[in-house]
Design a protein. Structure first.
Length: 253
């Protein structure tokens, strides 16, 4: 079962799964940096081409962050939010390129991204309020009866700690499903295409897979965009919750 989830590239030096994923992550970083370089070189007052596209994407991401987190607090989270979106989106798309593998189709990678969000949320909150005051908001506000606060504290803490699990498994599951579906279609074409002239069933399966693959690729692009957007929006929601908790705690003093 474990080996069945390992996708090996047909490129010879990428035959080892662990090494492949590390290389895919580095390629993802390089592509993101290259895109940002294209979007920021030769800056003009009237942007065009790559600068216009990159600026539009960043503007959309930042506007969502402003709406969810708040215009006052959102700017300090821009670097994290923008980097996460582009890294996840490009990583998702890489699986659509023959010979490449989506690094986000590996649970350890998506878990690392989710843990980064979780730690960033906690570190930002603790740095702003101190560890004691930060933990106090898990027990609720002053209107919560004293006997209920310990129970509420543990419930809210467990809910917060479970967020990396939901983030990582959601992204991993959707991208892994896309990878498996594309791989199955390729296998069907390779298996039945040689028999297309002698076997009617084989001809049908090969032709069906051949025609369906472009549609699945288009769907894969949409899934890649949606999953990157969902991960980024949930990150904004979690950060907004921490900021709101800090404000509520500050208003009670």
């Amino acid at each position: 079962m474990r080996e069945s989830l390992h996708f090996h590239s047909f490129i010879p030096f990428l035959d080892n799964h662990g090494f492949t994923i590390v290389v895919m992550m580095l390629i993802d970083y390089i592509i993101v940096l290259f895109l940002l370089f294209l979007g920021t070189r030769n800056l003009k007052l009237k942007p065009g081409g790559s600068q216009n596209l990159i600026e539009w994407a960043i503007t959309v991401i930042c506007s969502y962050a402003d709406e969810i987190i708040g215009k006052e607090d959102a700017p300090r989270f821009y670097p994290l939010i923008i980097t996460l979106f582009f890294y996840i989106f490009i990583g998702n798309l890489m699986g659509l390129v023959p010979g490449l593998v989506s690094p986000t189709s590996v649970l350890s990678v998506t878990a690392a991204l989710a843990i980064i969000v979780f730690l960033y949320e906690w570190i930002s909150g603790i740095a702003k309020q101190g560890i004691i005051n930060y933990l106090k908001h898990y027990a609720g506000g002053p209107g919560i009866p004293g006997p209920l606060k310990p129970f509420l504290f543990f419930i809210e803490l467990i809910s917060d700690i479970s967020r990396p699990l939901s983030l990582s498994f959601r992204l991993f599951g959707n991208i892994m499903a896309k990878e498996i579906l594309l791989s199955v279609l390729i296998v069907l074409v390779l298996l039945f295409w040689p028999t297309i002239s002698t076997n009617a069933i084989g001809a049908f399966l090969a032709s069906f897979s051949f025609v369906l693959r472009p549609l699945i690729i288009i769907l894969g692009v949409l899934v890649s965009l949606i999953q990157a957007s969902v991960f980024t929006l949930l990150t904004c929601i979690y950060l907004a919750g921490a900021v709101a908790a800090h404000k509520e705690h500050g208003e009670t003093h």
